[in-house]
Design a protein around this ligand. Structure first.
Ligand SMILES: O=C([O-])C(=O)C[C@H](O)[C@@H](O)C(=O)[O-]
Ligand SMILES: [Mg+2]
Length: 419
């Protein structure tokens, strides 16, 4: 089975005004949908970032994969790496850590690999999770992912979630998500308000949900000193504290001084970061993300490294659609040492998608593994066309939370070790 065609379709969909340490989400979120077609007519799906420079790298990589066997994982990786060369992609928002050549190759390769696994599953009559070693769980738990947010984008009506700018607003958002999705754990995106206000919000969540595991992630908006103070103030309340301070150095200063484990999707985002982070004792939990760890197979290898070195495992998410949710679910289903519910932005997507509805659903906060072969999701071509039209019309070409925030607050600075 050789790759005959690859189609790349950039799409845009509405995103609420979610606040983070870099600014605020723009009204449109971007993704690229990848379709790989084999010489015998089977097709597979992948999903990745939609920033223009990433799209250009995908466009450069795709021709190098034509004619390559869908099973030839290493040959595909080498072909993609050759097109990326020494290039380094750096996210404008900076919320997923440092850019590097390795991370760039891994991010470009990832959606092609997912699409090939989708094809391999369809050809064999097996689910992607079966190809990754077989599922150890038939449903993958996800966590409610709360954000401070404005009521609506400026100049537009209030959205259905309303404003969340204080502990009451955050607790109300959590209630909505837990009622609608049944989530069994809660993550609060922090780094937005002064840390004492965010501590209060976590306490409000604890009061409203005495039994649910809680986490907060300020995306390195705090100094090590503040991180230690917050960590101690939240003793017994958090399952883990995610990226309180910048870099391995900052995290290593915090880790021995706080009672809970530190988690990261910022200071360890590629293999080269693992040895120094382990040597310094900087982290206790790694949030993997197949979108920048080189796809699903390579992510299972990262999971094995976590087991070897005694790290716990969780999963990171960025704004995404159903192909990514399906891929995340197959991966998490097949990783025995997943210790925590995965992150997902799905509720913020409000039903917008490129996949035919039905295959993905939440039951008590978990997504049952789709049963059909491959990823188990099917492309909705009308929806793909409509979201592609959005892309052509929306005028957004890369995610830039800081620039959008500066339209309303020209003095805004991203919050890195700010408090
Ligand atoms: O855990 C994280 O750091 C993230 O999920 C990064 C994301 O970009 C998040 O901050 C967001 O959607 O604004
Ligand atoms: Mg994070």
């Amino acid at each position: 089975m050789r790759i005959r065609e690859i189609h790349l379709t950039p799409v845009a969909f509405r995103d609420p005004p979610l606040l983070n340490a870099s600014g605020i989400h723009e009204p449109w979120a971007l993704r690229t949908i990848v379709e790989v077609v084999t010489d015998d007519g089977l097709s597979g799906l992948g999903e990745t970032y939609g920033d223009r420079s990433h799209l250009e790298r995908l466009r450069a990589a795709a021709p190098a994969l034509i004619g390559v066997e869908v099973h030839a994982h290493h040959a595909q990786y080498a072909a993609v790496a050759a097109t990326v060369g020494g290039d380094v992609f750096v996210d404008q928002h900076g919320l997923t850590g440092a850019g590097s050549n390795q991370k760039t190759v891994d991010a470009v390769f990832s959606p092609f690999e997912v699409a090939c696994l989708d094809i391999r599953g369809k050809a064999a009559g097996l689910r992607v999770a079966d190809l990754l070693g077989g599922p150890v769980r038939e449903a993958v738990p996800y966590s409610a992912y709360l954000f401070y947010k404005w009521a609506g984008h400026p100049g537009e009506d209030e959205d259905r979630f309303g404003a969340a700018l204080d502990p009451e607003g955050i607790a109300a958002q959590a209630r909505l998500f837990v009622e609608e999705y049944g989530f069994g754990s809660i993550k609060l995106k922090g780094g937005v308000l002064p840390p004492d206000e965010e501590i209060e919000a976590v306490h409000a969540l604890r009061e409203a949900f005495p039994d649910l595991p809680l986490r907060i992630d300020p995306n390195a908006a705090w100094t090590p000193e503040t991180s230690i103070r917050v960590g101690r103030a939240l003793e017994g309340v958090l399952e883990y504290l995610e990226d309180p301070a910048p870099e391995i150095e900052g995290m290593a200063r915090v880790a021995p001084e706080v009672p809970m484990k530190l988690a990261t999707n910022m200071c360890v985002v590629t293999h080269a970061h693992l040895p120094p982070a382990l040597a310094r004792g900087a982290i206790g939990v790694l949030l993997t993300d197949h979108h920048y760890w080189g796809g699903l197979l390579r992510s299972t290898q990262v999971a094995a490294l976590c087991e070897t070195f005694g790290l716990e495992l969780s999963m990171h998410s960025n704004t995404h659609l159903g192909i990514s949710l399906a891929a995340m679910t197959h991966l998490a289903a097949a990783v025995p040492n997943l210790n925590h519910a995965c992150d997902t932005h799905t509720p913020w997507q409000q039903g917008q998608d490129v996949v035919v509805p039905g295959a993905l659903r939440f039951v008590e906060g978990a997504v049952p593994l789709p049963q059909a072969p491959g990823l188990g999701v099917e492309l909705d071509r009308d929806a793909l066309g409509a979201l592609h039209e959005n892309y052509l019309r929306c005028g957004v070409e890369r995610r830039d939370d800081t620039a959008y925030m500066r339209r309303f607050d020209p003095t805004f600075q991203p919050k890195r070790a700010h408090w």
